[in-house]
Write a protein that binds this ligand. Structure first.
Ligand code: MLT
Length: 244
């Protein structure tokens, strides 16, 4: 059976039950899913996604040695160890540690997808690994764009289009289940003709503009790098842990 693919341009555009029986890929390119991949590559044992700052602090009683990471308004949270800048998650800081992680949009998109049979973490830094992983699946695929503060954001749609395009190469008969999948695919094709164009579309995106205002252009560049990692992080709903 060819995979079926749905793109959800925002979490608000689907009900959690719509994902029953499917595989969800959570996409928050700038920057939550990129950062989660970096943390795990740097040797973090697990990333625990938390919805609120309070919940993050409360979990330190279960994980006393944990590193606290994430952002609000794009900036480091008071009392946290790390912000949401991927390159802060180095082996010297996170190896062997649990990361308790909360972000404005990414961790919410993840929890909204809890009815999916399987939940994966996708970003350009593990693009090919995601495509390969999905190629073996027999379940409907749901690409879940986190967006930015309730608005659709180009960088997440770009990635959804890149995954759709990669799967279409393997399965020319891939069924695009909604027009959001067609939009994402067209958007990717339009903006990935060359590296300069891809880079510009990342910079021009909603998330990209926000980060530039905060002086975090280097994070956009890092998030646009493809295939730094060959693993696919998975979220275990029972333990609320993301691991590889
Ligand atoms: C989020 O989850 O809202 C983002 O990752 C935002 C950011 O990194 O600034």
């Amino acid at each position: 059976m060819n995979p079926h693919i749905h793109v959800h341009l925002l979490p608000a555009l689907f009900a959690p039950e719509d994902l029953l029986g499917g595989t969800a890929v959570i996409i928050d390119i700038l920057r939550a899913t990129t950062t989660i991949c970096h943390a795990l590559d740097a040797g973090a044992t697990q990333v625990i996604p938390c919805l609120t700052i309070d919940e993050t602090h409360e979990l330190t009683s279960d994980y006393p040695d944990a590193i606290l990471g994430g952002e609000r308004g794009g900036e480091k949270i008071d009392g946290f160890d790390l912000s949401n800048t991927p390159t802060e998650y180095t082996p010297s800081v996170v190896a062997g540690k649990t990361v308790l992680f909360t972000t404005t949009n990414g961790t919410k998109a993840l929890h909204h997808s809890h009815h999916a049979e399987e939940v994966l973490i996708g970003a350009f830094v593990n693009l090919t690994a995601i495509i390969v992983c999905l190629s073996d699946l027999q379940r409907p695929i749901h690409l879940v764009c986190a967006g930015t503060n309730g608005e659709i954001s180009n960088e997440d749609v770009l990635f959804a289009g890149a995954v759709t395009s990669g799967l279409l190469e393997k399965y020319p008969n891939l069924e695009l289940q909604n027009d959001s999948a067609r939009l994402a695919l067209d958007f990717w094709r339009l903006n990935s003709q060359n590296e300069a164009q891809f880079r510009q579309s990342m910079l021009d995106s909603q998330g990209g503009r926000n980060l530039q205002k905060l002086g975090l252009t280097a994070d956009i560049e890092r998030a646009g790098e493809r295939d730094l990692f060959d693993f696919v992080p998975k979220w275990n709903k029972q333990t609320n842990a993301i691991t590889i």
